[in-house]
Design a protein around this ligand. Structure first.
Ligand code: TYD
Length: 209
């Protein structure tokens, strides 16, 4: 079973992902965690290109294909073997990131993104997608003035607003898969919601011990 976490910059996905992983292990479940882009040697190289601010501007379609190339490696080397071994797989970002960031954010045709990614995933679909929703201004404030924003983070607030609106539209179009969580709440309150929805999804598939 694949569970994905989605959301904008500073929405706390990685923290929630780590807490969820620990909790699933406590329940006695086998868990594999993946993060996009990256996670295999080749995917890590692609990630470095995608996030490098010093390269020439990437064509939006090149961005779609590079994220898809990284995803192809992660699906083949990490996600598919773990699913075949009966593990619960938690993935920090998946195809919905491409639809939100490159589709809604950059105006790439969503039909093209879906077509390319259908070939990449070979039909692997999340059973549950947790969307950590947050105003981009808040996400940026959380990340703080320190640090060096990467190529995508350094896009303007209007870009990140379209990404957020895109995510909310994707969630509204597929309410059976998405759960939208208010990421402005305290980390523990968000995690409680995460566990509630994950438990329900596992139980519906007879996987909750
Ligand atoms: P990362 O440092 O992993 O960001 P975060 O901690 O916010 O997940 O960088 C991934 C960046 O790549 C992030 O800005 C979102 C972006 N992204 C896309 O634009 N399209 C995609 O398909 C994926 C997977 C990520």
């Amino acid at each position: 079973m694949l569970i994905t976490l989605e959301g904008g910059e500073g929405s706390g996905k990685s923290t929630q992902c780590a807490l969820l992983q620990a909790w699933l292990r406590e329940q006695g479940l086998g868990v594999t965690v993946a993060r996009e882009p990256g996670g295999t040697p080749a995917a890590d190289r692609l990630r470095a290109v995608l996030l490098d601010r010093l390269l020439e501007p990437l064509e939006p379609v090149a961005e779609v294909l590079l994220f898809a190339a990284s995803r192809a490696q992660t699906v083949a080397q990490v996600i598919r073997p773990a699913l075949a071994a009966g593990q619960v797989v938690v993935c920090d970002r998946f195809v919905d990131s491409s639809l939100a960031y490159q589709g809604f954010g950059l105006g790439v045709d969503p039909a093209f993104i879906l077509d390319v990614n259908a070939r990449v995933t070979g039909g692997v679909l999340p059973a549950l997608t947790l969307l950590l929703d947050l105003p981009p201004e808040e996400g940026r404030a959380r990340k703080g003035a320190g640090g060096d924003p990467d190529r995508i983070e350094s896009r303007g607030i209007a870009y990140h607003q379209s990404v957020r609106a895109g995510y909310l539209a994707l969630a509204a179009a597929d309410p059976g898969r998405f759960c939208v969580l208010d990421a402005q709440r305290h980390v523990d309150a968000v995690q409680e919601q995460v566990r509630y929805h994950v438990r329900a999804t596992l139980a519906a598939r007879g996987r909750f011990p």
